[in-house]
Design a protein around this ligand. Structure first.
Ligand code: FMN
Length: 500
């Protein structure tokens, strides 16, 4: 289902009883965070919140703010226009199974052509709601004459100061568009944006991310790098921007696939990039590679800790455009569980078929909320030969953003990886720590404050599967205690007749 606007999605959430409106003024400085954090900590992610009168320095913003809109499995499914996330994942799996690939390259190629087959390539349009209102930066060199010129800047948007020790205000759900200067391939990634002043921001793309690679090429050539940030529109946009797609696969193709309709793209007003015409806000600008990097942060992060200030490129705003009736989308990150848990879990579910293609023995994968995405991964496998669990650990550490995973625990197929208590039971019961664990080194998440070096760390793999001959276990493996199915049925029937 294609949403024409973020507002359309909010209307549906309200109809589904998934949205709470707040009509009193609430401050963008910390207060919205406290309200949203309490909501996100409720069972199954609570509700989405629509703050009708967010205040910025005590003044009511011209724009309402919505938060926690993707923060439950139900709202994730609604964002896809589906009954459940599983329904979308199964459809994606079916596409893949039509012609099973034999390696990762083929799998990605297949994903690309599967998306193409559904006629979901972005299409160009000339008029766009996201350009209803256009504000040009005072120092913008653009020659566009017919634009409505006002003194509106980023400071008019209800951008949050999330946590007490944050270095400032941050745009927290930005879809950042860049292009590879060599191939012209587009990337859309979600990288937070710290507001420095009315017309400049930080650009927090981390070392291993695609936009950072694009940026590096601009730093090599010395050319100015055009960047566009869009917010709102169809809710599949922010989801797609966070999805761990391989470098070179356009996130807007995934967005088109999920919304079952091409993403309408309009040219930006001041930079040579395109953005979804039905977004709510667009912030256009550039990064000048000749300019020095600037300190960005601290920021209360996904890890539950503040990520400390570090050097990042400076983004110069040349234009801010928006819908006349724009709603500003936001999220907060912090001590889990938060909205991002549901975004990440949906991603893992959707991309499970790709993992399975590479490793057919994989049954399921879960990233428990406590592990904050990359810290902890549980994998269940159908094990048929010795040391297979180790093959899976090494394979996963070599796959895209799975490289950041600190701990991988491999269990047998009968274990439900979404039930953390069940995994812990099998982990503790089935392992001899020295024999069944492996330590190795690799790149780490730049947000990881525990590694001794920046972006470099160690990893631990735990083989919690039943041990086979050849795995250094000479004894007999005992059976797991399980009741007969017939007895279970008899007792079910008995209890239904004699309820207590
Ligand atoms: C709410 C949220 C905020 C994020 N903020 C950042 C960020 O500031 N910097 C970053 O590099 N990744 C951030 N990420 C993770 C990236 O969006 C994710 O790794 C994505 O796949 C990167 O896209 P890319 O592979 O095209 O670079 C964030 C994810 C979420 C869900």
């Amino acid at each position: 289902m294609a949403y024409e606007s973020f507002r359309d999605f909010l209307t549906l959430l309200e109809q589904e009883g998934e949205l709470i409106r707040y009509s009193d003024p609430i401050a963008t400085e910390l207060e919205i965070t406290e309200l949203a954090d309490r909501e996100m900590k409720k069972p199954n992610g609570g509700k989405a919140l629509l703050i009708e009168k967010p205040t910025v320095h005590g003044k009511i913003s011209s724009f309402p703010l919505a938060i926690n809109t993707l923060g439950s499995f139900k709202r994730m499914a609604l964002s896809f226009g589906a009954k459940s996330v599983d329904e979308v994942a199964d459809a994606m799996g079916d596409l893949m199974q039509a012609k099973p690939p034999t390696n990762m390259k083929q799998a990605i190629g297949l994903l690309k052509s599967a998306m193409d087959l559904r006629h979901v390539r972005p299409k160009k349009v000339t008029s766009a709601p996201c350009q209803d209102v256009v504000h040009l930066a005072k120092n913008s060199k653009t020659s566009i004459q017919d634009l409505e010129r006002k003194d509106a800047t980023l400071l008019d948007l209800p951008i949050l100061k999330c946590w007490p020790m944050d270095g400032g205000r941050y745009v927290t759900l930005p879809c950042v568009v860049t292009k590879d200067p060599d191939t012209g391939e587009r990337n859309v990634g979600m990288y937070r944006v710290q507001v420095y002043d009315p017309w400049t921001t930080g650009m927090h793309w981390q070392l291993q991310k695609v936009a950072a690679r694009h940026g590096k090429r601009y730093f090599e050539t010395g050319e100015k790098m055009p960047v566009a940030i869009f917010l709102g529109g169809d809710p599949v946009y922010p989801f797609s921007a966070t999805a761990p797609l391989p470098d070179g696969v356009d996130e807007l193709l995934l967005a088109g696939y999920l919304r079952k309709s091409s993403v309408p793209l309009v040219k930006c007003k001041t930079v040579d990039l395109e953005v979804p015409a039905n977004s709510d806000f667009v912030i256009e600008g550039y990064i000048d590679p000749k300019e020095e990097l600037q300190m960005e942060g601290p920021f209360g992060d996904h890890t539950g800790y503040y990520s400390l200030a570090d050097l990042y490129p400076v983004f110069h705003v040349t234009a801010v455009t928006h819908r006349r009736d724009a709603v500003y989308p936001a999220t907060i990150v912090g001590i889990p569980p938060m909205e991002d848990f549901y975004i990440g879990a949906a991603s893992v579910r959707l991309f499970l078929p790709i993992f399975k293609m590479n490793f057919p023995e994989i049954v399921d994968i879960a990233l428990p909320a406590e592990g904050v995405f990359h810290n902890l991964v549980f994998v269940s496998i159908k094990k048929t030969y010795p040391m297979q669990a180790y093959k899976i650990m090494h394979g996963l550490w070599g796959m895209g953003q799975m490289m950041f995973t600190k701990y991988i625990v491999v269990v047998d197929e009968n274990v439900d990886v979404h039930n953390t208590s069940e995994v812990l039971f099998h982990w503790f019961a089935n392992t001899d720590p020295q024999r069944d664990s492996i330590l190795t080194r690799g790149p780490s998440d730049v947000l990881d404050h525990a590694t001794s070096e920046f972006a470099v760390g160690s990893k631990m793999g735990i083989d919690a599967t039943k041990k086979l001959p050849g795995e250094g276990f000479p004894r007999e493996w005992p059976p797991l205690i399980q009741m007969d199915e017939g007895i279970k049925c008899r007792i079910d029937e008995y209890l239904s007749r004699n309820p207590h």
